[in-house]
Design a binder for this molecule. Structure first.
Ligand code: PEP
Ligand code: MG
Length: 574
């Protein structure tokens, strides 16, 4: 039995066999053939070609069944490409005329066609080179007998282990994935956020994970206690089986508060909202007992598309969310850049992408794209309560520019007599220290703030949120962070505006006691943790949390603060 640990994300216990996700290396050993081998090699290609078409058709059918339209589009394009005489003809020619082995012919053809696409001016066509690579690699994997390792084909309960998962890979996570173990990553990486949203117990940043795991072996994932047991012995296994049963019973008890209000014992109502990445996830929020959406991360619509989503595509998604009858749906405008890229858009190389051309900086520089999104959000506001939120604000000027553009879009809709909520609220994320410091100035221009503690910690503490080497310095309870939150909350309230928190910090029970005491009106988190936080809120006294808040902002270190809050937390049963 081997025991490991890492950085726990969504806390729970799971026991299942491990599925090792690893992009297999494609190694071509034989590049040339003899003349007499040509016919055999051509026949081999014919077989591989038809197997690839079969695989793709099957994947497409599965996507159709699950109504994953983007995936259907991808597999359609791949089917066409795999059967395109430009590709197949070139491969056969190389075998016949240059005596290349089938694998080498595919490899050379892949490079040639990819280069062709990469040299095109149009971003859309340049991005097609990735499809060429995918299709050619499918031929190669079949030829070399390498199993293609897709995540969404998993049909049995497993714990998924990988080095890291790209957002596009993470979006393939299905209901059979009971837990996730990653060698890389951090608590606020996007895969961690996605796993949390779906309530999948996850541990990231596990040093040496892949070197020690064996495909299919039994694993206990305990993200509550931060333990991973590979091939556990009988004693540990039966202990965990019991704990898992107890946990399920506790969760059931929490469900009882689903329809209750998130109200403290002395009567302060906290807006308990959920973070989502698409319209479907809004249902997770309501079924978990959340009353609204505090953060709709719209970048996922852009990342999961094959092109910039059109106004209609976006409108439909926002409208569907607005129609759920929630108290509020706060739609954040495109927060792209940093670690979030688009398959159809080429970002310039940046030395420091997190300090670079991202979020509001990107949309203000691409006004036409911005207008498309603003119009879509405005139009959706005619179908339910919707608010707009701008990410990554660092100065007043950016807010004024964004608001001006929004006004122009409203005028456009007025002229066309298209309906929208004339009183739509506009807010900003406070996630850059400069914005927190000038919160009093910004509060004059907006209706609400939402603090993005994931980035606020990254920028205030100068700690890359993705870097596990410095993860120990990533402390949301650092006195500097608490002071910035207090200052921002005070500035918002002085101007009669609301203050929320939508970073991961809001979903941790220990922090919630502090945040409520600091005056936060709204907490938005992964839907899966809403029941736990609601159960806690219903046991605490607002007046007591104010006293605790006073005490902790006077502390000198995160350790001192954590100690006070942990002691406080231990008084409650949730
Ligand atoms: C944040 O920075 O806290 C936040 C909520 O935004 P994201 O995690 O999407 O950067
Ligand atoms: Mg952010």
């Amino acid at each position: 039995m081997i025991e490991l640990s890492g950085i726990p994300v969504y806390k729970s216990i799971e026991i299942a066999p491990v599925f090792l996700y690893r992009e297999a290396d494609i190694v071509i050993e034989r590049s040339k053939i003899n003349e007499e081998e040509i016919q055999g090699e051509l026949k081999r290609f014919e077989d591989i070609h038809s197997k690839a078409l079969q695989e793709l058709a099957q994947l497409k059918d599965q996507a159709v069944e699950k109504r994953q339209l983007e995936e259907v589009e991808i597999f359609d394009a791949h089917l066409m490409m795999a059967d395109d005489p430009m590709m197949t003809g070139k491969i056969k020619n190389r075998i016949q005329q240059e005596f290349y082995s089938l694998e080498q012919s595919v490899e050379e053809t892949k490079k040639e066609i990819m280069d062709l696409f990469l040299n095109m001016q149009n971003d859309y066509f340049r991005a097609r080179s990735a499809d060429v690579e995918d299709v050619a690699n499918r031929f190669l994997r079949i030829a070399l007998g390498i199993e293609s390792n897709r995540i969404d084909i998993i049909q049995e309960d497993v714990i998924l282990a990988a080095r890291d998962l790209k957002p596009s890979e993470a979006s393939q996570i299905n209901q059979f994935i009971k837990g996730i173990l990653l060698e890389e990553g951090s608590q606020t990486s996007h895969v961690a956020i996605m796993a949390k949203a779906k309530g999948i117990p996850t541990i990231v940043g596990i040093t040496g994970l892949l070197g020690q795991l064996e495909e299919g072996e039994q694993v206990i994932l305990d993200s509550i206690g931060n333990h991973i047991y590979l091939s556990p012995d009988e004693t540990i296994l039966s202990e965990y089986q019991t704990r898992q049963i107890q946990l399920i019973a506790k969760r059931k008890k929490m469900e009882a508060v689903r329809n209750e209000e998130a109200i403290t014992k002395d009567g302060r109502v906290i807006k308990l909202y959920g973070n989502i990445g698409n319209a479907e996830e809004a249902e997770l929020v309501t079924s978990s007992g959340g009353k609204g959406i505090g953060l709709f991360r719209t970048e996922f619509l852009y990342m999961n598309s094959r092109h910039f989503p059109t106004e209609e595509e976006q409108f439909n998604e926002y409208k569907k969310t607005a129609q759920q009858g929630l108290e509020d749906v706060i739609i954040r405008t495109l927060d792209i850049g940093g670690d979030k890229n688009l398959p159809y858009y080429e970002f310039q190389h940046e030395e420091n992408p997190f300090l670079g051309f991202r979020a509001l900086r990107f949309t203000l520089a691409n006004k036409e794209l911005f207008r498309v999104q603003l119009r879509a959000i405005l139009r959706a506001s005619a179908f339910g309560k919707v608010s707009i939120m701008f990410p990554m604000v660092s100065s007043l000027d950016e807010v004024l520019q964004a608001k001006e553009l929004l006004e122009e879009c409203k005028k456009e809709l007025d002229e066309k007599q298209i309906n929208y909520d004339k009183a739509i609220r506009t807010g900003i994320m406070i996630e850059i220290p400069s914005a927190a410091i000038i919160a009093d100035i910004l509060a004059q221009e907006v209706d609400f703030f939402s603090i993005g503690t994931n980035d606020l910690c990254q920028y205030t503490l100068a700690v890359d949120r993705m870097n596990k080497e410095v993860a120990y310095l990533y402390q949301p309870l650092h006195p500097a962070i608490l002071r910035l939150i207090r200052q921002t909350a005070d500035a918002a309230h002085a101007a009669g505006k609301e203050i929320g928190i939508c970073g991961e910090m809001a979903g941790e029970a220990t922090n919630v006691i502090a945040l409520i005491g600091l005056g936060v009106d709204e907490l938005s988190m992964s839907p899966a943790v809403i029941p736990e936080i609601k159960t806690l809120i219903r046991q605490i006294n607002y007046e007591d949390t104010k006293e605790i808040a006073k005490k902790i902002v006077a502390c000198r270190t995160a350790e001192e603060i954590t100690l006070i809050l942990k002691e406080e937390e231990s008084k409650y049963d949730y």
